[in-house]
Each structure stands twice: as structure tokens, then as C-alpha cells.
Design a protein around this ligand. Structure first.
Ligand SMILES: NC(=O)c1ccc[n+]([C@@H]2O[C@H](COP(=O)([O-])OP(=O)(O)OC[C@H]3O[C@@H](n4cnc5c(N)ncnc54)[C@H](OP(=O)(O)O)[C@@H]3O)[C@@H](O)[C@H]2O)c1
Length: 213
């Protein structure tokens, strides 16, 4: 697949390298493409450019920017470049305010998630929430003694979620489809839970697993 990754942070660069590892073509985008020089040097098969270049290139897109900037990043990507495409939304609506006793503060409410807002603002994009509730070092080929961790995903379109499930299979995850876009109200706060042992005890090396009988 041709994958356009929007972002220059640890999530964007990690996933972009993961897609290259599994034989996909990748363009990584930033408002300031010079920021991506180190990634480009370490990943000679990958291309770099702006958010719009990456979005135009990708058949599948990854949105990996600061939560409050997610709308702006998609706007810069260009509505026409998003139309009809699967957009893997890794973003969390983390407010600029500091955590309260280790609990991250959100700028969204329990009855409306960031992904729902983005889906409404960009109705032609096919958003799927994924990769938001695990640290970047575990996103590709996670290795845990307890077996494959579970990635919780959601989105309003079945075919888009099927595409993302295929990617998660490749990247070494089991997938739990939690339903439509509204389910991001439950999945986005999992990042609060994931970060708590980190903020409280400096433990950052875990992932979630859904156990079933
Ligand atoms: N860090 C993790 O381990 C982790 C794990 C799971 C989920 N997440 C979520 O994944 C997302 C990315 O996290 P990250 O730590 O890799 O990076 P980050 O530091 O949260 O975000 C960096 C990105 O945000 C973009 N950005 C910032 N302000 C912007 C603006 N005004 N307009 C447009 N773009 C703007 C930057 O664009 P430029 O390149 O143009 O500067 C850059 O690409 C976040 O939503 C985070 O909550 C993070």
C-alpha cells in the first residue's frame, strides 16, 4: 500500500518505519519537512514532504499529531486528499494543562471524542481510531511475555476497519473492534489509563490485553 503519515513526532516516525519494514511505500509529512531529515537518512526508501504531499501520496493515511492540532493538520492535508481514504487516527485529546495526580486532562468530554469531532469536520475521510493507547516503542512488533497485546479500534465504516485490522495483523497485534466512531469516547481515555503507571511509578512498558473465555 501507499501510506501517507502526517506528523514528525515519535508516533509518526515509528509507524512510518514500520510500514516500510512491512513493504509498504511511505511518505512522511510535516509543516516543516526539514524536521524529517534524520528519519529520511535512516529510512532511505521513505519519502518526506508536507502534510498535503503525504496525504496526496497515501491510499491509507495516518494522523499522528498533537491532539489540539489534529483539525489543523487535516485542514493542511487538504479535504480532497482525504476523500474516500482510510485515516488511522492515533491522536489523543490531551489538554495543555498538567496531569492531576498522574491523570491526563482532556479538552473533550465523556460524551464527545476527538475522533467524532474530526469525522464530522471531514465527513469524506474514513477515520479509524487505533494506536492511541500504547507507547510508541510497542506499536510495531510488540513483544510481551503474556502474548499478543490487544489494539482497541473503532470507526464508522466496516471496510476501513478491515484495512486497519490487516495492518495490525502485520504489526503483531490482535484487534478488538469496539464499534462506531462514538466508541472513541471509550478508547481515547485508555491513554489516560496507559499513562498512569508511567506518571505514578515511571513504568512505561505495558500494553492492554482483552481476555475472553
Ligand atoms: N508518544 C506516544 O508514545 C503516543 C502514544 C499513543 C498515542 N499518542 C498520540 O499520538 C499523537 C502524536 O504523538 P507524538 O508524541 O508522536 O507527537 P506530538 O508531539 O504529540 O505531536 C507532534 C506533531 O504535532 C504537529 N503539530 C503541533 N502543532 C501543530 C499545529 N498547530 N498545526 C499542525 N500540526 C501541529 C507537529 O507538526 P509539525 O511536524 O508540522 O511540527 C508534529 O507533527 C498525539 O496525539 C499523542 O497523544 C502518542
Amino acid at each position: 500500500m501507499k501510506v501517507g503519515v502526517l506528523g514528525s513526532g515519535i508516533v509518526a516516525t515509528t509507524l512510518a518505519s514500520g510500514f516500510l519494514k512491512y513493504g509498504h511505500e511511505v511518505t512522511l509529512g510535516s509543516r516543516t519537512p526539514e524536521k524529517l531529515k534524520d528519519w529520511a537518512a535512516a529510512n532511505p526508501k521513505g519519502k518526506t514532504g508536507t502534510f498535503a504531499t503525504a496525504a496526496e501520496f497515501g491510499e491509507v493515511l495516518v494522523l499522528a499529531v498533537k491532539g489540539p492540532a489534529a483539525w489543523e493538520a487535516l485542514r493542511r492535508a487538504g479535504e480532497a486528499n482525504l476523500a474516500g481514504k482510510v485515516v488511522i487516527d492515533t491522536c489523543n485529546p490531551i489538554a495543555d494543562a498538567p496531569p492531576t495526580n498522574g491523570v491526563l486532562q482532556f479538552f473533550t468530554s465523556v460524551n464527545e471524542s476527538l475522533m467524532e469531532q474530526l469525522q464530522r469536520q471531514f465527513p469524506d475521510a474514513r477515520l479509524v481510531k487505533a494506536f492511541n493507547s500504547v507507547g510508541a516503542p510497542f506499536m510495531v512488533d510488540p513483544q510481551f511475555e503474556g502474548g499478543k497485546p490487544t489494539m482497541f479500534i473503532c470507526g464508522s465504516e466496516e471496510a476501513a476497519k478491515k484495512t486497519v485490522t490487516g495492518i495490525l495483523d502485520q504489526f503483531g497485534w490482535e484487534t478488538a473492534d469496539m464499534g462506531g466512531a462514538e466508541s472513541a469516547r471509550a478508547i481515547e481515555p485508555l491513554c489516560m489509563l496507559w499513562c498512569l503507571p508511567g506518571f505514578l511509578r515511571n513504568e512505561w512498558t505495558h500494553a492492554f490485553k482483552l481476555l475472553k473465555t
